[in-house]
Each structure stands twice: as C-alpha cells, then as structure tokens.
Design a protein around this ligand. Structure first.
Ligand SMILES: Cc1cc2nc3c(=O)[nH]c(=O)nc-3n(C[C@H](O)[C@H](O)[C@H](O)COP(=O)(O)OP(=O)(O)OC[C@H]3O[C@@H](n4cnc5c(N)ncnc54)[C@H](O)[C@@H]3O)c2cc1C
Length: 329
C-alpha cells in the first residue's frame, strides 16, 4: 500500500495547482492521473491574466509557446466588435505538463476506479491510502462519482458540448476570433492562434438547448470550417475533430465532505458567460489547499461566476444559463 498525506486524483490545472500548494506547505502529495503526461486535453487554451496571476506565472517566464492578444474579435451576425483586452493562448499539451512538473509532487499513471473510507483514511483501488483526498479528475472525476454525485447532482441544463481540433497550421491572421450564435448555435465558435505554428478551432454550445433544436455539433462544424475557408482564415481539409463535455457553474457552494474536496471541472465551475474553466479550476484548488492546510472551511463563494462584467457578459449568461431560472431570452 502506498501512503501519502494527500492524494490528488487528476493532474490537470486543478490537480497540479492543489498539489503545488500542498507541497509548499510541506505535505507529502501523490497525484494519480489515468494519462501519462504530457497528454492531450481538448481545450481552446485561452488563459486570462487573472489565472496566470493565481498561478504566480509571469508570461515572460513561461518556458513554452504563448500568444498575447491585445483585443478580441467578437462576431455576431454582420456585426464585429474589437474590445481592447489582454488575454493569452497556450497549448494545453505543454501547459498542463509544465504545471504538473512544477508542483513537485509524486505523480503516478493510474486510472482510479474505486474509493472507500477506512479508519478515517481514503483507500483507492486497495493500493493507495491518504488522510486527504482531492477530486480533480474533470467531468468524469471518480471522486465526484464515488462521494459527491448523490448530494451534488450537476444540473443537466448546465452541460456544454464541444467539438474542436488543434493542429499544426501556418496561420496568417494573429487575432483571436469568436463567432456567437451562428446558424442558431446555442454557443460560440472560435479561431485561436497558438505559438510555434499551431491553431485551435472549435465550437461549443449548451447540450440541452442543442437537443431541443435537434441539432448536432457535427452539422454546425461543417458550416463553421466552410466559413473559415471562405474568409481565408484556415484552408485545411484533413479535419478530425473530437468532442468533449463539461459543466458551467450551477448554484453550488463548497463541495467537500470530511477530508475529501472537489475542485475544477469535477465540480462544474466554468463561467456562465464564456464557459472559461481554467481560471476557476485554479482558484478552487488554491482554496481547497488553503482549507486543508489551515483547517478553515472550503468555500467557492469568492470565485466569479462570470468571465467579464459587461452588459455582453450578462447577455451571454442569460443565453447559456438563464433558462435555469426561467429567464431564456
Ligand atoms: C473544447 C473545449 C474548449 C475549452 N476551452 C477553454 C478555454 O479556452 N479556456 C478555458 O479557461 N477553459 C476552456 N475549457 C474548459 C477547460 O478545459 C476546463 O475547465 C479545465 O481543463 C478544467 O481543469 P481540471 O483540472 O478541473 O480538469 P481537466 O483538465 O479535465 O483534468 C482532469 C484530469 O483528470 C484525469 N482523470 C480523469 N479521470 C481519471 C481517473 N479515473 N483516474 C485518474 N485520473 C483521471 C484526466 O486524465 C485529466 O488529466 C474548454 C473545454 C473544452 C472541452
């Protein structure tokens, strides 16, 4: 039996951040991830300055590729707005591996299947034992399934469905483009240039609203990549997009029980306007680590539900999450 003070299930931004802070406080930490890092994570890879600040990461010190945007190109029907803002893009393949290495914890490739309590400890698959357990396994987190899903069911109206691809491409337009509600998509599509000749294109929408429209992302995808070609943004024919699902934030507060904590996508914390998940994953993990170290209660109250504070953010929130409160536009 391998023992640790804390076991973190999942080595994405949530898991690595929690492991990093627990290690800093002197705990013996073991991270279990089903994948071997570096691993592919479907994600547009947009990171905010706030998330980098929480990670204590100066963009100039990041050792991999990073693109800086000083404005975003937002499209809706025939309108285009270019609000000034500082944002970044990274490749998750590199970013997650960098953060996990930096955490300085023991990392083992292991797919967690079974979790039980024994004499105040958590025992995983009969092989690993710890006093503290952190569920950072994303949408399909086994800690969520074993310990929290009964009491904290995720709202089906908060589920997103996405389709995307990241590939080597000699892009010419260095701007980040977002298209909202094209052809009735209950979400948005993106074009995100990455460093070192990569690009990420994709689209996502609220799963339940898609079902109501009898729509499938595959059909929206065809329209979208044709548009990219027409506009001269991406002329590519070998697409092989993949799908993934995660949850935007419901009315959830802290999710912890005894010495078990849930963070990041395992809770479902992505913002209700832009579906941004990296920042909330990092922030929730800092708070969980603080709670473990100090014994203070774990609370998610300080994590913003929105990525922005403008009228547009509130409009998007109403469109994506508003039907929960019967406020669909
Ligand atoms: C297509 C798409 C685009 C997105 N774009 C953005 C964006 O541009 N910006 C943004 O901020 N957010 C974006 N998001 C959301 C963002 O990717 C997530 O919110 C973020 O990755 C959450 O981090 P996490 O650490 O909680 O989970 P994850 O990054 O999913 O990490 C979970 C880890 O747990 C591991 N794991 C799972 N099950 C087990 C198991 N049984 N045993 C052991 N390990 C396990 C996985 O291998 C994985 O490494 C996007 C999401 C998608 C799907």
């Amino acid at each position: 039996m391998q023992k640790a003070d804390a076991i973190v299930v999942g080595g994405g931004p949530a898991g690595s951040t929690c492991a990093w802070k627990l290690r800093e406080a002197g705990l013996d930490v073991l991270v279990l991830d089903r994948a071997t890092f570096p691993r592919t994570k479907l994600c547009a890879g947009w990171v905010t300055p706030e998330a980098l600040q929480d990670l204590e990461l100066d963009p100039d010190d990041y050792p991999h590729g990073l693109v800086t945007f000083d404005e975003l190109h937002l499209h809706w029907k025939v309108l285009t707005a270019k609000p000034a803002t500082r944002q970044y893009s990274i490749r998750r393949y590199e970013f997650d591996d960098f953060l996990l290495r930096r955490a300085g914890a023991r990392v083992l490739q292991h797919k967690v299947r079974q979790i039980r309590r024994d004499d105040g400890d958590y025992v995983i698959d009969g092989e690993f034992r710890s006093k503290y357990l952190v569920g950072a396994g994303g949408t399909r987190c086994p800690v969520y399934r074993a310990l929290f899903s009964d009491r904290h069911p995720r709202g089906s109206g908060m589920q997103t469905a996405t389709y995307e691809q990241e590939f080597a491409y000699d892009w010419k337009d260095p701007a980040c483009h977002l298209w909202f509600f094209d052809a009735g998509l209950p979400g948005y599509a993106w074009y995100v240039p990455k460093a070192d000749g990569y690009i990420n294109v994709g689209l996502g929408g609220m799963a339940e609203q898609l079902k109501h429209k009898d729509g499938h992302l595959r059909e929206y995808w065809q329209d979208f990549v044709s548009k990219l070609k027409r506009r001269g943004l991406v002329n590519y024919d070998d697409y092989d997009p993949k799908g993934y699902s995660y949850y935007i934030r419901d009315s959830v507060d802290a999710v912890s029980d005894r010495n078990a904590y849930l963070v990041g996508d395992a809770v479902g914390l992505a913002t209700r306007d832009m579906c941004e998940g990296i920042g909330p994953a990092v922030r929730s993990s800092l708070l969980a680590a603080q709670s473990i170290v100090t014994g203070e209660p774990y609370s998610l109250a300080g994590i913003s539900e929105l990525s922005g504070d403008s009228f547009v953010s509130r409009l998007l929130e109403r469109q994506f999450a508003g039907h929960q409160a019967g406020r669909m536009l």
